[in-house]
Design a protein around this ligand. Structure first.
Ligand code: RIB
Ligand code: CA
Length: 313
């Protein structure tokens, strides 16, 4: 077996974040060095608790969870309880976590880890607003060239936005952080709504998780049944898009995804399009190509991978 991939998951759980974290823990190809938490779907006090609940659901109480930014760099925090519920993890009734929250700030953990591990060996997997990543870059700019790659869920262009007509939630919440990260010269793989909107939590797929009959399998079914209702109503589809697990699935099976190396720039000035990710898909500008922009996924294979791996927990 080749060396496992070392990753840090930065997250705002969030039911879809939860499934991504479970997939990572269920995959021996991946070594989760730590989970850093940010305010996003719900406030930080809830996202950090949810992250610990998910680690215990996965049977990983020894995992290290670090709280980070409680608000974006510049703008006011915008949350998404209407999608994720009051707790941010509505659906299953998970017990209060017993495992500790680490004392170190998430940004300091990211810096310390990147400065300790061999250069070019650690992948960052942001699943929420990019505030912690931008803070880490500000605290120690040297980490930029030590990061192997950033594989993030965020953005959207052909599908438009999901929180405004123009912007996807993770980028919209902290567009200034996203702007910093996309201009830092780090290899970035962006998994946007254009891709995740193909990965719908259909009734058949949710049933497959429930059929696992395990704690994690049933909890995932309950999470998805809650999480999908908002988007089913909005888009009139059978199920809703399952965003964040696409990041981990990309690490495990990149061949399931396809995209193009292009320029992506973030709107940080206009109120009308704040947080929009302007994807130069046709190369009509001279802007530097800074992102591998993923537009398609083999969603049948994606769900087969998800159910198979979650079934091992
Ligand atoms: O727009 C979808 C993204 O916003 C996902 O990461 C979801 O968890 C929310 O954070
Ligand atoms: Ca998220």
């Amino acid at each position: 077996m080749p060396d496992s991939m070392k990753i840090i998951i930065d997250t705002d759980p969030g039911q879809d974040d939860a499934v991504a974290i479970l997939l990572a823990f269920a995959s021996p190809e991946i070594e989760v060095l730590g989970i850093t938490v940010v305010a996003g779907n719900v406030p930080l006090s809830l996202t950090e608790k949810n992250a610990r609940k998910i680690c215990e659901l996965a049977g990983r109480p020894q995992a290290r969870v670090f709280a980070g930014a409680s608000h974006p760099l510049v703008r006011q925090l915008v949350t998404a309880e209407d999608v994720h519920g009051k707790t941010g993890l509505n659906g299953p009734d998970l017990p209060e976590p017993k495992m500790p929250l680490q004392k170190q700030h998430a940004a300091d953990f990211i810096v310390e880890t990147l400065m300790r591990e061999a250069s070019g060996t650690v992948t960052l997997c942001p699943l929420g607003p990019l505030t912690n990543i931008a803070m880490a870059l500000a605290r120690e700019p040297k980490i930029a060239r030590r990061i192997k790659q950033i594989v993030l869920m965020g953005g959207g262009f052909f599908e438009g936005g999901n929180v405004t007509p123009a912007a996807e939630f993770n980028i919209y919440v902290d567009p200034h952080a996203a702007d910093i990260v996309l201009k830092a010269g780090i290899p970035v793989v962006m998994i946007p709504l254009d891709c995740t909107h193909q990965a719908l939590t259909t009734a058949t797929r949710v049933a497959a998780f429930r059929k696992l009959g395990t704690g994690p399998g049933i909890a995932v079914a309950e999470m998805l049944e809650f999480f999908e209702r908002f988007d089913e109503k909005k888009y009139g589809t059978d199920g809703g898009p399952l965003h964040d697990p696409c990041v981990i699935a990309y690490l495990l099976k990149p061949e399931l995804f396809s995209g193009r190396h292009i320029n992506v720039s973030v709107e940080i000035a206009s109120d009308l399009t704040m947080g929009m990710t302007v994807a130069d898909w046709w190369g009509v500008t001279k802007r530097p190509k800074n992102v591998t922009y993923i537009r398609d996924v083999d969603h049948e294979a994606f769900y087969r991978l998800l159910v198979e791996r979650i079934g091992t927990l």
